[in-house]
Design a protein around this ligand. Structure first.
Ligand code: NAI
Ligand code: MG
Length: 354
């Protein structure tokens, strides 16, 4: 298990340090884990003048999986666009061809009070959004701003998906649905957009290979509404890049707490980049108060999707659940009466539970 560790900027090094303790524990239990660390983002710019330097490229290409903290910070906001930390992240996704972005929205019962929705609407929530990450209107050509035939300025982007791009993300989503509750909802805007009508046709065709999964279709505007009306009607959702960007952010907030949400981005062979959904939180960096659980839960996803070790994924997730059940809380999920701990204190609690 070759794992590249990219701590990144801001709280990145603090939260990643806690996840690395979990990896060390698994290694002590006999797993063949090899780790190597490299800079990405602002840290890499400071050291090499490039947010995704050669040394980091070599390391991540040779690894089976990558664990990333977060990148970015106000001190880098005045750099040219190509030198910004966030560009390092876009380049690594493209470089590794990470086309499948998996974002689970799971509400831990102990944190039910943190959601902005009524407890009965979100209690027991456990859905998975599969977002295509390397195509769609974000990358389609032509794009730009020009002067049109009438002499007026106009802006334009192109929504574009090839058949093979749709088939491969559909297969990932069907495969995940098979391992969950065998229900997949494909989200489109087929009533208006030809590109997504094509999406719907191809996803429906792929369903032939997954007869045990019940496939449904929903227009994206309705899906946005249904996610807050009755989110538990969904099991797995699959959609294109732009709809997935919006719906996954919406779904993540059902759980109320950004410090709890992991993510995975996978390539064709399940090599993956695993990272928390949140950013580098410069406002709390260096104070040992960040919540490391999203990063630790990202490791659980790594065990599940890249290494096929459902048992280890469950072991990590159960440890997190046990810690929450015991009332251990970092500041972002603190409620009066619970036991407030630091970032490393949360790491201690998870290690004890493991
Ligand atoms: P952010 O997610 O870093 O922070 C938003 C708010 O959530 C802040 O108040 C922060 O303190 C809090 N927060 C985030 N993670 C937390 C954790 N683990 N524990 C406790 N509180 C937490 O988003 P923001 O402020 O918009 O961006 C800050 C920087 O991060 C920017 O440079 C941005 O570009 C970058 N960013 C990087 C991402 C990545 O590396 N994947 C994703 C999103 C933003
Ligand atoms: Mg987004």
């Amino acid at each position: 298990m070759k794992i590249a560790i990219l701590p990144g900027d801001g709280i990145g090094p603090e939260i990643v340090a806690q996840a690395v303790r979990v990896l060390e524990r698994l290694r002590a239990d006999g797993l063949p884990i090899e780790t190597d660390t490299a800079p990405l983002g602002g840290a890499a710019y400071d050291q090499y003048g490039d947010p995704y330097p050669e040394a980091t490229q070599k390391l991540v290409r040779a690894a089976d999986a990558v664990l990333l903290g977060a990148v970015g910070g106000p001190q880098y906001d005045t750099l040219p666009r190509d030198m910004r930390p966030e560009r390092g992240l876009l380049r690594i996704r493209k470089d590794l061809n990470l086309f499948a972005n998996l974002r689970p929205a799971v509400l831990y019962p102990e944190l039910a009070g943190a959601s902005t929705l009524k407890p009965e609407v979100v209690a027991g929530l456990d859905i998975m959004i599969v977002r295509e990450l390397t195509g769609d209107i974000y990358f389609g050509q032509p794009r730009g701003v020009h002067i049109n035939a009438a002499g007026e300025r106009e802006g334009f982007n192109t929504m574009r998906y090839s058949e093979s791009e749709i088939r491969r993300i559909a297969r990932v989503a069907f495969g995940i649905a098979q391992k969950r509750n065998r229900r997949l909802c494909s989200v489109d805007k087929a009533n208006v957009l030809e590109c997504t009508e094509f999406w719907k046709e191809i996803v429906s065709d792929e369903a032939r290979h997954f007869p045990d999964v019940e496939l449904s279709h929903m227009y994206v505007d309705n899906a946005a509404m249904q996610l807050v009306r009755n989110p538990k009607q969904f099991d797995v959702i699959v959609t294109g890049n732009i709809f997935g960007d919006i719906l996954s952010d919406e779904a993540s907030m059902l759980t109320g707490s950004i410090g709890m949400l992991p993510s995975a981005s996978l390539d064709e062979r399940n090599k993956g980049l695993y990272e928390p959904c949140h950013g580098s939180a410069p406002d709390i960096a260096g104070r040992n108060v960040a919540n490391p659980l999203a990063t630790i839960l990202s490791l659980a996803m790594m065990m599940r999707y890249t290494f096929g070790r459902e048992d280890l994924a469950r072991r990590i997730e159960s440890a997190v659940q046990a810690v929450l059940a015991r009332g251990v809380r970092t500041a972002d999920i603190y409620e009066p009466g619970s036991d407030k701990v630091s970032c490393s204190g949360m790491g201690d609690a998870v290690m004890a539970a493991l």
